[in-house]
Design a protein around this ligand. Structure first.
Ligand code: UDP
Length: 512
């Protein structure tokens, strides 16, 4: 440990084993490093650590972010060899991966003890994923504070936690029901729930993991949230009242150049730097993407992507293609093999209408990107007008931070709750369909694209609201003296006071 950690303090961070969690954890580590004098140790299993190492820049490596390997053998948990991440894992094995994470308690305990011995005092706190509730006990036993970090939004987190802990849909036959912690006007519908929670009954493996781990996280000293006070007032208020803990909204956790006034497509947005950031090979050159976007007018292009690991059904893929073509609107579509085909397999033309890709290329209406696109660069380009998304929280934050409204097609996790919040509370989203099994027709695709792209009417209103959210997100990370500081910067100050054991200032951002 260096002398800096001796004098200022140390924070240990424990991300869940999924890219959608590792990325915001690293972003949070960078934010902490930027705003505080503390040393951060990110601890993960060997392959996840390898991924973090591949996307961490030399700037991070030289600074106060350390990486620590937690030993893990997937075969001991009934998982295929070298399985340490949800990526490409069938859903029945994801639950086994979740349970396997409890085995990390012993190596985490050793890590905290070693830091304590070396520095003569325990770390200031352990920041762990909300689903790593086991770490709350470890932290307490070793004399450090335990902080949970939710990589989701506040409303989505609140819904996820309350639905898992109470399973309210199991005690009614009604299609619509109220959810503990939510006001009556926010009733949920059975179809908002993914099959695994719809069928959960407390004895299944999913309930056994989430009910235990989330309950343990309720006993932590506070929660950090990748959200912004001004964009999620309801979600944050509900979460604070439910948890009765401080909740610090320190988002948006996106690369800082995305929050500058001008376009973040800077000269150093090269292929190498994008691949470095995401750890993925791009399915298109950045130049080709920019040429396509530059050849279309402001706010005219629809960007389509289903996140880092999702795909859609073969029939849905066909209808989406027909609907896109008949809308006549320009689009960039990240294409993956549809459900039922090898996710790592080759592209097959029969997944799309005959001659589709050729026609789209010749007419310059569409650009198909195989598997992985430079999402941040696309969303931040002035020609991108809307985002058809599965509504993972990272994608939402990235889109709204650029003022881009959303067409929702939620797949799982808390994505349908995110859509509900964005439709009912923020007015920045319209839902197209949900899940892999829905019978989506090309006509519906065409209608929704036309709606979201219109300059006036509902589409125009969604755009105005997305712009307002963008301004609020940028204000939230504004640094300056006292009153000038944005809400997320102030929330981080308050979090620091709490882990140092100093009295909290009276800020709304953390009040429980
Ligand atoms: N992403 C990307 N290019 C792609 C698809 C995804 O850069 O073609 C990135 C995207 O910018 C986001 C993350 O992958 O940061 C997806 O996270 P999200 O929470 O939206 O969804 P998840 O993959 O966790 O379901």
């Amino acid at each position: 440990m260096d002398s800096q950690s001796q004098s200022h303090g140390h924070i240990v961070m424990l991300p869940f084993m999924a890219h959608g969690h590792l990325i915001p954890f690293l972003a949070l580590a960078r934010r902490i490093r930027h705003q505080t004098p503390f040393v951060v140790t990110l601890a993960a299993t060997p392959l996840n650590l390898q991924y973090l190492r591949s996307i961490i820049s030399p700037y991070d490596a030289d600074s106060r972010i350390h990486l620590h390997e937690l030993p893990f053998r997937s075969s001991e948990h009934g998982l295929p060899p070298d399985t340490e991440n949800t990526e490409n894992l069938p859903i029945n094995q994801i639950v086994a991966l979740c349970h396997s994470s409890v085995s990390l308690a012993a190596p985490v305990e050793r890590l905290i003890s070693d830091i304590t011995t070396e520095e003569g005092r325990p770390p200031l706190c352990v920041i762990s994923d909300v689903v790593f509730g086991w770490s709350t006990d470890v932290a307490r036993r070793l004399g450090t504070k335990s902080i949970a970090f939710t990589t989701c939004g506040a409303y989505g987190t609140m819904a996820y936690v309350s639905l898992w802990l109470h399973l309210p849909h199991r005690s009614t036959d009604a299609e619509e029901f109220s959810v503990p912690g939510f006001p009556e006007r926010c009733r949920f519908h059975r179809s908002d729930l993914h099959r695994i929670i719809r069928e959960a009954d407390t004895t299944d493996q999913w309930s056994k993991f989430f009910q235990v781990q989330l309950k343990l996280s309720l006993a932590s000293d506070g929660w950090l949230c990748n959200s912004v006070e001004e964009i999620e007032p309801l979600g944050l208020d509900l979460l604070r009242k439910y948890l009765k803990l401080p909740v610090w909204a320190v988002g948006p956790l996106v690369p800082s150049d995305l929050l500058q006034k001008s376009s973040p497509i800077s000269p150093d947005s090269t292929l190498r730097s994008i691949q470095k950031r995401t750890g993925k090979a791009l399915g298109v050159s950045l130049e080709k993407c920019l040429d396509f976007l530059n050849s279309h007018g402001p706010n005219s292009v629809l960007y389509i992507s289903f996140g880092s690991q999702n795909t859609i059904g073969p029939g849905q893929m066909m209808q989406l293609a027909i609907g896109l073509e008949s809308s006549g609107k320009p689009f960039i579509w990240v294409v993956r093999p549809p459900l039922g085909f090898d996710i790592k397999g080759e592209f097959r033309p029969e997944w799309l209408p005959p001659g589709f890709e050729d026609r789209m290329t010749r007419s310059k209406q569409g650009l198909l990107v195989w598997n992985w696109a430079p999402q941040l660069e696309i969303l931040s380009h002035g020609s991108t007008g809307a985002f058809l998304s599965h509504c993972g929280w990272n994608s939402i934050v990235e889109s709204l931070s650029q003022g881009v409204p959303i067409v929702g097609w939620p797949m799982g996790a808390e994505q349908a709750y995110n859509v509900k919040m964005m439709v009912e509370e923020m007015g920045v989203c319209v839902e197209l369909t949900r899940g892999l099994e829905s019978q989506i027709g090309a006509e519906a695709v065409k209608r929704v694209i036309e709606l979201v792209m219109e300059e006036e009417g509902k589409g125009g209103e969604m755009k105005r609201r997305a712009y307002a959210a963008m301004r609020q997100m940028r204000e939230a990370v504004k640094e300056g003296s006292d009153d000038d500081r944005g809400s997320s910067v102030k929330a981080m100050d308050d979090f620091v006071r709490t882990i140092l054991g100093e009295p909290a200032k009276d800020t709304s951002s953390s009040s429980s």
